[in-house]
Each structure stands twice: as C-alpha cells, then as structure tokens.
Ligand binder design. Structure first.
Ligand code: 4AD
Ligand code: MG
Length: 432
C-alpha cells in the first residue's frame, strides 16, 4: 500500500490507509490512547483502542517518545472537534525511527533556545503554519506575475555592483577580483526589462546590516519586478494589486494556518481592497512634526516609530512617496519639477510591520545617471554595462522590491522576521 498524506484525508474517509508521521504528543486512559501526530502536511490525532490492537501493542504505543517516526495504518474518519477535521482510527503502527529526550517539549522555551534548535523548531505547528503561508505567497507570486505577462529572469548572486550603497556589502573574492553577494537584483532586472518588457526576479539578497531589530535579516528573499514603458504611478498600481493578490491567495488557501496563527481574517480582507492610500514624504514629515516627533526634520530617513505612526493613520498599507534624493540610491529618477526629491515610494504595512516594499521610477538621462554613479563613490568602470541602458533606447521604467519575510510577518501577524524564513541569518547568528 502506498503512503498517503493527511492533506488528502477528505477524499478517503472510511478507508484504511498508511501514513508516515511523527508523534508530537500523546495521552492515554486505560483503554484508549490519543496520539498527536503530524505527517508534514497536517496535524491530526490517532486514536488507539486497546481492544482493537491488543494489550502488547497498546503498551508499546503508549510508551513511544516525542518525535518517534512511524508508519501508521488506520481508518480515516471525520473529527468534528479538531480544526483539521479528520483523524485516524489506528490499526497498527510500525516504528521507523526512535527519538529520545527531544529538546523542544510542550512547555515554554526561550527564544535563544528555540533559535539554537531552529532545525527542530520548524516541526512545531506554529512554525509549520508560517512556512506554509510563505510557500503560498511564493506560489501566488509566480502566478500573479505570470498572469500579468512578466518573464522571470534570475540575476546573479555574485556581483561587482552595489545598488543599495557600499556600507552593507558582503565582500568575497572572485578568483583575483573583488566580488560581493547581491544586495538586490534590480540593476540586472532593469537590463532584462529592456529585453523582455516586464520581468521579475526572486532570489536571496544579502545585507551586512548591523541592525538587530525585529525587521532585519542579514539574508532575505526579495521579489523584484521591473517594467519598461512604465512610470512611477503605474508601478504603484502593480504594487498594490500584487500585495492584495498575496493577501487574497493566503485567505483562499491557508485558512487553517491563519487560524493556527490566530490571525484575524476580517482584518486581512481589508487589505485586499484597492487602492491603497498615498501620502508624500513632505506630508508625512508634517504629520510627524505636528504630533510631537521633534527628533525628525525634513531630509531625515524614517525610523520604525515614524513609519508605525504614519501607518496607524490608515487602515490599509500606505505608500509614502517622493523621498529626499539625499537618502535614496543613485538610480532613482529625479522629480520633474523639484531637485530635492526623487520619484519613489515605500509601501508601509499597517499594524507596525513597517516597510514591505521599496520602489521607484529609474533615472533614464545618461548624464544625470553618470553623475549619480560618481557622486555615490562607485567605480564607473563597474557600471558601464548598466549605463548602456541609458545609452541604447532607454524608456521610462520602474520597478520595486518586496521583502518576502517582511511580507510574511505582516500577513501571518508574526512579531519577528526571524520566524518568517526557515533558517534565519541574523546579526551574530549563523547556526544552525
Ligand atoms: O528598500 P530596499 O533596500 O530596495 C531595494 O533593494 C531595491 N533595489 C528594490 C527594487 O526597486 N528592485 O529593499 C526592498 C525591500 C524592503 O522594502 C524590505 O521589505 C526588504 O526589501 N528588506 C529587508 N528585509 C529583511 N531584512 C532586511 N535587512 C531588509 N532590507 C530590505
Ligand atoms: Mg527601502
């Protein structure tokens, strides 16, 4: 008999099946035992009746330890009391792998302990739910951009360029040359947009940021669409449509996971309604000044308290548009009538989750771009290929980057970005 996965249980009610699973917990009372099981797709219970399996088997099963792996043979039946809705009436169990003294017990553990055991922590129902939502968001990302006519183009991870500034680069050697781990695939996506019109990339990016906050990872995954013949406002429309699509996909496909996480679905539904509000950087600064934030003046970048304050004024994600040129990267297009701001926007998630998207229209004027590259202190020779975009048939173009883990924390209602990636790389943590 083939092994079945419990996700398919609704199609097999009343049938006897074999499931490969692990024991997460158990309790028994004389004649009946309840095994809490997980098979990778679902969390469910197995009911063992002493009368059915016999004294010896019953004893063996009730003495198994947490995380023992096994193949359970049993009949699928509905279980109205559990959120999952199905259980197994156990006929037989074959132990596959023993487990003793599993470190993560049902009691509370500190975060450092859990992070040291991340490889095991991933097995818990909450972490499983977050990773399942993450997977759905990746699936929905490919679906959305494919439907919208984007081509996926994979930028390199080893690069000689520094789109987001040189201070946070991971340096490495590329034979006898210097190289860096990619901070963003954007510059390559721009070049590819001139070949394919609309492209997106999705890959790991690296920032040697000395930030130890609940929003910062050293290694994170970014979705970066780039569109030729597209201006700033048109890009914002794609961004809000994409984020609403992510939220709707998770609502449609991860209902059980949202329940496991205690995420309010009514709140999420609000985030599927378009458009999202837009506010200028100028007005955001005014709003902060009028509300007693005297630590901030025009020209400063926002910290998370500022972002949270602004976001709290809206019931949906909000775009803060047109930041000062001095605090944004060299490739952003200057505003048509102002020298001090650029055509860009950050999308700030509600409920204190902060910036989930950064994007802009891109500079197309060769002389301005060259001057920007020089002003940023970059080596022009390393950017000749990028300057070719301005040289050969440049078009208005725009794009953005969505930090997947930030978006996962927002949609799942998770406090810290470290739980939004299977094996987080954090300041001072590269284990496990
Ligand atoms: O705003 P950022 O730095 O923008 C870019 O990298 C552009 N090149 C994107 C583009 O236009 N193609 O980063 C984009 C997003 C942020 O909004 C945030 O969601 C996420 O990436 N991000 C991080 N996520 C986790 N940890 C970090 N250290 C992050 N830094 C940025
Ligand atoms: Mg940003």
């Amino acid at each position: 008999m083939q092994l079945m996965t419990m996700k398919d249980a609704p199609k097999h009610v009343g049938e006897v099946v074999k499931v490969g699973c692990w024991l997460t917990n158990k309790r028994s009372s004389g004649k009946i035992a309840f095994l809490q099981l997980r098979d990778g797709t679902s969390f469910f219970q197995g009911i063992v009746l002493k009368n059915e399996v016999g004294e010896e088997k019953f004893q063996e099963l009730t003495s198994l330890h947490q995380e023992t792996s096994m193949i359970v043979t049993g009949k699928i039946q509905e279980d109205k009391r559990s959120a999952f809705g199905y259980e197994l009436l156990v006929e037989d169990v074959e132990v596959v792998g023993k487990s003793e003294d599993y470190p993560i017990t049902p009691k509370e553990h500190g975060v450092d302990f859990l992070m040291d055991h991340r490889h095991l922590w991933l097995r818990s129902s909450r972490q499983h739910a977050i990773m399942t939502v993450r997977n759905e968001m990746i699936r929905a990302t490919y679906e959305f951009f494919n439907k919208e006519g984007f081509v996926k183009v994979d930028p390199p991870i080893l690069t000689g360029s520094a789109p987001e500034g040189t201070s946070e680069l991971f340096h490495t050697e590329y034979f006898d040359q210097d190289a860096y781990l990619s901070q963003s695939g954007q510059l390559y996506a721009e070049a590819a947009a001139m070949a394919f019109g609309k492209v997106f990339s999705f890959g790991p990016t690296f920032r040697a940021e000395k930030s130890k906050t609940r929003r910062h990872l050293i290694e994170f995954w970014m979705v970066e669409p780039e569109m030729a013949f597209c201006n700033h406002e048109q890009s914002l429309e794609v961004q809000e449509k994409y984020v609403a699509y992510l939220v709707q996909s998770v609502l449609d496909h991860c209902s059980l996971e949202l329940d496991t996480l205690g995420r309010d679905k009514e709140v999420l539904k609000r985030y599927t309604e378009l458009p999202y509000p837009r506010i200028s950087y100028d007005d955001a600064v005014k709003m902060l000044e009028e509300n007693g934030f005297d630590d901030l003046k025009w020209g400063d970048d926002f910290g998370s308290p500022h972002e949270t304050f602004i976001a709290n004024h809206f019931s949906k994600p909000v775009f803060i548009c047109n930041y000062p040129k001095s605090i944004k990267p060299f490739y952003m297009k200057k505003h048509p009538t102002r020298d001090d701001v650029v055509l860009c926007a950050d999308m700030i998630a509600p409920e204190g989750y902060g910036e989930i998207i950064g994007g802009s229209e891109r500079e197309t004027d060769y002389d301005t771009m060259l001057a920007n590259v020089k002003k940023q202190g970059l080596n022009v020779a390393d950017y000749e290929w990028y300057l070719d975009i301005c040289r050969y048939g440049d078009t208005p173009h725009a794009g953005f980057g969505l930090g997947l883990e930030r978006a996962v924390t927002f949609i799942t209602g998770t406090e810290h970005v470290r739980e939004a990636i299977p094996f987080p790389r954090l300041l001072n943590r590269i284990y496990p």
